[in-house]
Write a protein that binds this ligand. Structure first.
Ligand code: OAD
Length: 241
């Protein structure tokens, strides 16, 4: 009898389409705090004061100070074995002409730094800024960023290029996500509490479309998965490749 890990590895090795959804838990093993739970960021900070369009309109400097703190924290961290295993998985699938798509809710940019290519950053990226005037999006790796940061083209204030509570995902990202969910044979759901929409519904969408859904999380979070591999992402994901 195969172990659940072996069963998942076998399915992955024959699937022609695999979709992966990641959340803060995959970066926890790099030392980046997650959002929920006793040690989570939302235990000590109020999302409505820091991660909403209203908060930015009220006090942009405060919001930027919080993002500067997070940028500083993330800048010191490295991708871990789970990020790297997903890069390897993508490479292996590509070499046998299978399709791999990685959907992440994380804004830390660690998937890109690890080398993932077919990636959709659903909630944006902490290393990108968007002008509140002309809308131009640019990369900005300054730590700390001078507060308040200004657009070099039009002089208006820049904001983090992040999808805040109350904002919608980029429709192009949603289209890519839905396509990947409806077409995949196997879906891995790694390190997310599954409470923030629309990503919270992605596993159900994939399962309804016929995918075999696997959850990787030390805690129980989804009831949608066919198989749950309980443990840290950096320990479990490398075992699947
Ligand atoms: P959460 O903080 O809500 O959930 C993190 C999940 O990771 C939990 O289910 C933990 O059990 C799990 N976890 C913890 N350590 C882990 C490890 N080492 N390996 C694997 N899993 C582990 O984070 P998200 O679900 O990503 O929005 O939160 C979704 C969104 O809410 C975020 O994208 C963020 C936040 O507000 C934005 O940044 C816009």
């Amino acid at each position: 009898m195969n172990t659940p890990t072996e069963q998942v590895r076998e399915r992955l090795s024959t699937a022609s389409r695999v979709t992966v959804l990641t959340g803060a838990g995959i970066s926890a093993d790099s030392g980046i705090p997650i959002f929920r739970g006793p040690e989570g960021l939302w235990k000590n900070f109020r999302a409505e004061d820091l991660a909403t369009p209203g908060a930015f309109a009220r006090d942009p400097n405060l919001v930027w100070e919080w993002y500067n703190w997070r940028r500083e924290l993330i800048a010191m961290k490295e991708p871990n074995a789970a990020h790297q295993a997903l890069v390897k998985m993508e490479g292996e699938m590509e070499s046998r002409r299978a399709q791999f798509r990685l959907l992440t809710q994380n804004v830390d940019g660690l998937h890109t730094r690890a080398g993932s290519r077919n990636l959709v950053e659903l909630h944006g990226n902490i290393w990108k800024v968007r002008c509140t005037g002309c809308g131009q999006v640019t990369e900005d790796h300054r730590v700390p960023i001078p507060i308040p940061p200004r657009c070099s083209s039009c002089g208006e204030m820049l904001r983090p290029h992040i999808v805040w509570f109350g904002e919608s995902l980029d429709p192009r990202d949603m289209d890519l996500a839905i396509e990947a969910l409806e077409q995949c044979e196997v879906m891995l759901v790694i390190g997310t509490s599954g409470v923030v929409q629309p990503a919270a519904s992605f596993a159900s969408t994939a399962r309804a479309a016929g995918a075999f859904v696997v959850e990787i999380n030390p805690d129980v979070s989804s009831s949608v998965a066919h198989v749950a591999l309980r443990g840290r992402a950096a320990e479990i994901v490398p075992q699947l490749v």
